[in-house]
Design a protein around this ligand. Structure first.
Ligand code: NAD
Length: 451
């Protein structure tokens, strides 16, 4: 596949090389992308601690098209002699004390809270870079210029394949959540509900997290809250409307310029519009499918392009696309066909993407949660499903919201709804498990069982 030789496209390959050669996860931030205001910050850190590394690649020409395998080969060759130097600088910058538990930054370093910053502004202040990396031509022309921002060392067990009994990768992780420490994750629909719970869990487990949502102000507010709660800087907000291709492309471009690559994409944004097949308008049916079905395609396409470029630099590194599907993707849902159909379709996409992307070590799986009664979809006091079902008389004999909730809980063998941490455990399992792809994992308290 051909790529244009530019800073943004090469960043993912560079990040892959560093993951692979240095056993250290970092963000690879394109310097050309930094706004003027930020260059001041960079020059301060450069004079005090930034290590400058520049390498020449004769055969790369800025703006030219090139086979991406060939570009990756040239970059690998060029980076290799500097790998131990880069590794040492990243390790030397490893945070001390409390930061050994939370390696992404400190509350002290966190920028002052300001209302409603643009996503780029929020992201620029992530952390101080420790290595400045330039790729130049033999004539000294700059092709790309990056700042490497350390995240965390890589536990080598994460990327080891299980090939034989007694293989060290058969040993358990010290904690399942460790599998996301230092990784870069993006969660669509991350501003509220399940998405917010997932983003929070990932951030507390030491991942750098992008909260990508159509509700940008909600995403920015939540990112700022999480930064304060976790004391880490690497939590970013970016606008995305998953149903619009241009918007998805823009969001992934922002991620590529800011972080170089990604390790985990949680395609969670989804909507529900219940309605009878006798009455629901085609427009409403289409709207649900535009977000839940086409939206997943858009996200998976742009995510996999970026993850594949990173894989060119780190062919042994596994990455994950996880769709938050639903129990309604496994069995029909009465008067809810638009939603159930879109979720069934999502599983077809998951299986098909998995078959293709396995060649690039990109795993694609779905999680099918049961009802999240505590989230806004069900519990919103004005138009949550409990209130709607109470007023529509859907639950015979129910006179209060509690009656409606009790009715739905009684259908679950474990007698409770699903929570964010239940879904998080499934995410950690899917990330840790490098011998599975294309699966739909129920998290329903026994309500839906696979055949
Ligand atoms: N709530 C449940 O009971 C439940 C059960 C099973 C599965 N799910 C699935 O979990 C996911 C999250 O559901 P939830 O209940 O937390 O939803 P929610 O309505 O509470 O939150 C959805 C989030 O997605 C965002 N969003 C909506 N449309 C978007 C778009 N086009 N582009 C980007 N962002 C968009 C919203 O702004 C919001 O922040 C969905 O895919 C849903 O189908 C939910």
């Amino acid at each position: 596949m051909n790529i244009t030789i530019n800073s943004e496209n090469l960043a993912a390959i560079v990040r892959g090389c560093i993951l692979s050669m240095c056993d250290y996860s970092c963000m690879v931030q394109s310097m050309g992308y930094a706004p003027e205001s930020d260059r001041t910050d960079q020059s301060v850190s450069r004079s005090s601690q930034l290590k400058e590394i520049s390498f020449t690649i004769n055969k790369l020409t800025a703006g030219a098209w090139m086979d991406d395998f060939e570009a990756a080969r040239l970059i690998k060759e060029a980076i290799e002699p500097f790998a131990s130097d880069i590794r040492e600088s990243l390790f030397q910058s490893a945070p001390q004390g409390r930061l050994q538990e939370s390696p992404l930054g400190t509350a002290r370093d966190a920028p002052q809270r300001t209302p409603e910053k643009a996503p780029e502004e929020v992201s620029k202040k992530a952390s101080k870079g420790v290595v400045s990396l330039s790729i130049v031509t033999s004539k000294g022309r700059s092709i790309a210029h990056y700042t490497l921002i350390p995240l965390a060392p890589i536990d080598p067990r994460i990327r080891q394949e299980v090939n034989q009994p007694g293989d060290p990768s058969l040993l358990p992780s010290s904690a399942r959540s460790e599998v996301v420490r230092g990784k870069i994750a993006l969660v669509t629909g991350g501003a509220q509900g399940f998405g917010a719970e997932i983003a929070r869990g990932l951030a507390f487990s030491g991942a750098a997290v992008w909260i990508a949502d159509i509700n940008l102000s909600g995403a920015i507010r939540f990112a700022e809250k999480l930064r304060a709660e976790t004391g880490t800087d690497a939590i970013f907000a970016v606008e995305i409307d998953v149903s619009k291709e241009e918007s998805v492309e823009r969001a992934f471009d922002t991620v590529a310029r800011t972080c170089g690559g990604l390790d985990l994409v949680v395609s969670n944004a989804g909507i529900l519009r219940a309605g009878s097949v006798l009455e629901q308008s085609a427009g409403e049916f289409r709207m649900v499918n535009d977000v839940n079905y086409i939206g997943f395609f858009n996200v998976a396409q742009h995510a996999s392009r970026l993850l594949r470029r990173q894989w060119l630099g780190a062919p042994e590194w596994y990455t994950d696309i996880i769709q938050i599907n639903s129990k309604s993707g496994l069995e029909g849902s009465n008067r809810n066909a638009a939603y159930a159909g879109s979720k069934f379709g999502g599983i077809g996409l998951v299986q098909s993407f998995a078959l293709e992307l396995v060649d690039y070590n990109i795993k694609v799986n779905a999680i099918c949660p049961g009802n999240f009664f505590g989230g806004p979809l069900w519990s919103d006091p004005l138009n949550g499903l409990f209130v709607q079902y109470l007023h529509s008389g859907k639950v015979p004999g129910a006179t209060t919201v509690e009656d409606v909730q009790g009715y739905y809980e009684s259908k679950i063998p474990m007698r409770r709804g699903c929570y964010g941490p239940d879904v998080l455990k499934a995410i950690y399992y899917l990330v840790e498990q490098v011998y599975e792809t294309g699966q739909a994992l129920p998290v329903t308290g026994g309500q839906v069982m696979l055949n």
